[in-house]
Write a protein that binds this ligand. Sequence first.
Ligand SMILES: Nc1ncnc2c1ncn2[C@@H]1O[C@H](COP(=O)(O)OP(=O)(O)O)[C@@H](O)[C@H]1O
Ligand SMILES: [Mg+2]
Length: 339
Amino acid sequence: MSRPLGVLPETRAERAARESRFTLDDFQSEDEPMRTCLELARAAARTDLPLLILGETGTGKTILAHALHNSSGRAKSPFVAFNAAALSDTLIDSQLFGHEKGAFTGADRRLKGKFELADGGTLFVDEIADMSLSAQAKILRAVEYGEFERLGSEALLQADVRLISATHHPITRFLADDQFRRDLFYRVSGITLRLPPLRQRPNDMRALIVSEVERACAEQGKVITAVAGAALERLLAHPWPGNLRELKRVIQTAVALTEGRKIEPEVLLLENLAPDPETGDHHIPGAIPGEDLSLRAAEQRHIQAVLQRVGGNKRRAARALGLSRSTLDRKLAELGRSH
Ligand SMILES: Nc1ncnc2c1ncn2[C@@H]1O[C@H](COP(=O)(O)OP(=O)(O)O)[C@@H](O)[C@H]1O
Ligand SMILES: [Mg+2]
């Protein structure tokens, strides 16, 4: 962390571009579950098999998918990403398979689908378990036969696509509950890669913290040369329910709040949103008597805790809360404004 950081600040867009160039050689680990995952990933990159990446939110599934593509024989062809979460069936259809002009109201021009755009390369289907069963049936047909039609057209199109899918959901439970089609599961999981949560990577924590501090310094044009012992201890003890994404956010905030050259424990805004491993209870952030005890504040905390428990899936959160999806959206919008 003593590297002088005379570099120009890196913007978010530049960071995204840099991360999209990652190959598997950019990943290292000193922890067994991650090493196993990376070893399998290297073998997988040499094949053309469909890959399924499992892992909690923020464990690096999207980055790994990109790196797998960049390390594969298709690296020079397109990598096309598609996120199935929060899209209606019609939108999923037209996004994946494209549509002709006039196929539906508002289709004022022909649109190529992701399958077509990924021809020769890799199609990354993120949050595949969030697709409805009927959308799953359609994607199954496309991956099984490599054939599909644009909406509003009878012409059969073909695309040579390597599929990488990902989900943060517990796939075994989704299969048992018939929320995920078995036939699609077997089709997309030629090789299944399991990204471990951050709390199973204790040996990697220090290096990750150091590189995130360096990155945040570069982004913010700051110079920080140390992390106080007590701060490091707190970081190492935190359960990291949001994994690398949470780590990045905590470090970015800490760097922004640090005025000197050392990160002190006070600037670490760690929220304890993780379920207690013993009791399964959720500790609600900020629920300290004497703070905001209004029902509205309690409701907002509860919504956040439920969202966390269902991994951010708004459809499931709404069901668990007994709210309609639109009511939940409205409450979330209010929440966003009050922060
Ligand atoms: N190996 C890694 N090293 C550093 N940062 C990483 C790594 N993998 C992921 N990240 C960061 O963590 C965040 C979450 O990664 P992402 O791939 O979007 O996770 P997921 O798709 O599993 O939710 C991203 O902002 C990314 O920059
Ligand atoms: Mg992702």
